[in-house]
Design a protein around this ligand. Structure first.
Ligand code: 13P
Ligand code: SF4
Length: 303
């Protein structure tokens, strides 16, 4: 059944010149039919260079918006219109205008997990894999980092030469875990290395053997000569690593480490979107797109 759907998808995407981009948090059957799989930075790079007429983003809305911002001439499709990122919607334009007034003279660095509308007011975007590198290269010393206080705090520790102010946003999927959850997982798997995403709380990140983006976590585990790992990010990564490295053992930090938005997209959603019976075409007004593009261009340039 899965193979049949995958074959139909591969045929339709070839016939219609569609490039399928998939974030690492998608299920493995989607990764298998994707032209490119990666973290947010890799996806943005690929979005800027994909040669196809149409790009389908298997992920969440802000990722599809990023493709449209970078490639206005392309048709950009989001297979599940309800797949949003709650963190990206925590701040609206009015709230950011007020924050900017509170911190005059600060450059605004936005996690890429923000809406296109919010990006219009930002100086630069960053992703988890590129954030510290970009912030270090910025000429500005005073940075207002939005919306993830956990990633912001992690970057601030790596860039002591900068004054970084964070706000109270976070990823509801990552931020709910505590040092206690880590202690429990470590007690159950005393020989395992703990690999964690910087969207987790500082008390969790502090206990990590490695901190990185989704792609960085996967490549660290694959290259490591160790054989057991506790994965401190969305559980799809446990699934992918288990399939890619059958000789190693991967344990979730918690069985509840699930981003329901990322898991909304199913293989059938991809097929229906290609068949024209589902999904949504992303449309952005040109003024928003051009203003938002500046912060993404700067990210690609510095990152
Ligand atoms: P990365 O894939 O860039 O690590 O991002 C993780 C995430 O939560 C995306 O929404
Ligand atoms: Fe958003 Fe968190 Fe889900 Fe990523 S894991 S899409 S940041 S809610």
């Amino acid at each position: 059944m899965i193979k049949d759907i995958q074959e139909q998808i591969l045929k339709l995407k070839k016939e219609n010149d569609v490039c399928i981009l998939a974030h690492c948090y998608q299920t493995h059957d989607i990764l298998e039919i994707a032209d490119y799989v990666g973290d947010s930075f890799g996806l943005a790079q690929r979005a800027a260079t994909a040669p196809n007429k149409t790009v389908m983003m298997c992920g969440v809305r802000f990722m599809a918006e990023t493709v449209k911002i970078l490639s206005p001439e392309k048709r950009v499709l989001l297979p599940e219109p309800d797949a949003g990122c709650p963190m990206a919607e925590q701040l609206d334009k009015q709230m950011l205008i007020q924050l900017k007034e509170m911190y005059p003279g600060y450059a605004v660095a936005a996690y890429i997990n923000t809406t296109a509308e919010l990006k219009t007011l930002c100086d630069v975007c960053v992703t988890s894999s590129s954030a510290a590198k970009i912030i270090k290269k910025m000429p500005e010393d005073k940075i207002l980092f939005i919306p993830d206080k956990n990633l912001g705090g992690y970057i601030a520790a790596q860039c002591p030469e900068k004054t970084i102010v964070t706000v109270h946003g976070c990823c509801p999927t990552h931020a709910k875990f505590t040092a206690k959850d880590v202690e429990k997982a470590k007690a159950a798997h005393p020989n395992a290395l703990f690999l964690v995403h910087p969207e987790c709380a500082a008390e969790v990140v502090e206990k990590a053997d490695f901190v990185g983006s989704t792609t960085e976590i996967m490549s660290y585990a694959k290259k490591s000569d160790k054989t057991e790992f506790i994965i401190g990010t969305e559980n799809s990564i446990v699934q992918h690593l288990g399939i890619d490295c059958p000789e190693k053992r991967f344990y979730p930090l918690s069985k509840d480490f699930v981003c329901h938005n990322m898991q909304l997209t199913k293989l059938a959603s991809v097929l229906h979107c290609l068949q024209g019976t589902g999904g949504e075409e992303i449309i952005l007004d040109e003024e928003t797109r051009i203003a938002a593009k500046k912060s993404i261009d700067r990210m690609l340039e510095l990152g």
